[in-house]
Design a protein. Structure first.
Length: 158
């Protein structure tokens, strides 16, 4: 009936010549867009534990203040210090720092800023109350204290 046979010369191999280019483009994309660490913590942190915790919704509205004894005590002394971003500040500089942090946000979100305090459990209450007073004067009234959650054994006192 039919004299002609169909010749199929289609190969079943998948072309892989462009795969290395695609892999390197993805690698460079993730290397450029990934943020590893925003600030280097220069103070010791032994965060207290709490029973009830609540997660925050928008982390972009949170600015962190670290309070604790400096890791390099020979250069900065043994008293508790306040770290904002990557530098030490005095309690009187907290208002200026809050103003700069608010300026980073959009106009609508400036009143929604939350100040997160990561305080060493060995820090004295005097420096914490000084920071709280400066935050009140800077109209940064939303405070958050970072803690770790207690385990069931710690709640039982074991």
């Amino acid at each position: 009936m039919s004299k002609f046979k169909k010749k199929t010369s289609a190969s079943q191999d998948i072309p892989t010549a462009a795969l290395p280019d695609i892999i390197f483009m993805l690698l460079f994309f993730f290397m450029v867009t990934t943020v590893l660490r925003e600030t280097d913590i220069l103070v010791e942190q032994d965060i207290p534990k709490a029973e009830q915790l609540r997660k925050i919704e928008r982390k972009s509205l949170v600015s962190y203040l670290y309070i604790g004894k400096p890791k390099k005590t020979e250069a900065f002394g043994g008293e508790a210090k306040i770290q904002a971003n990557d530098v030490f500040i005095e309690p009187s500089g907290v208002m200026l720092w809050v103003a700069k942090e608010k300026d980073k946000l959009a106009e609508v979100e400036r009143d929604k800023i939350t100040i997160a305090l990561k305080v060493d459990s060995e820090a004295k209450m005097g420096i914490i109350s000084d920071v709280q007073q400066q935050l009140r004067e800077a109209n940064a009234r939303k405070l958050m204290y970072n803690t770790r959650q207690l385990t069931d054994l710690q709640k039982a006192g074991l």
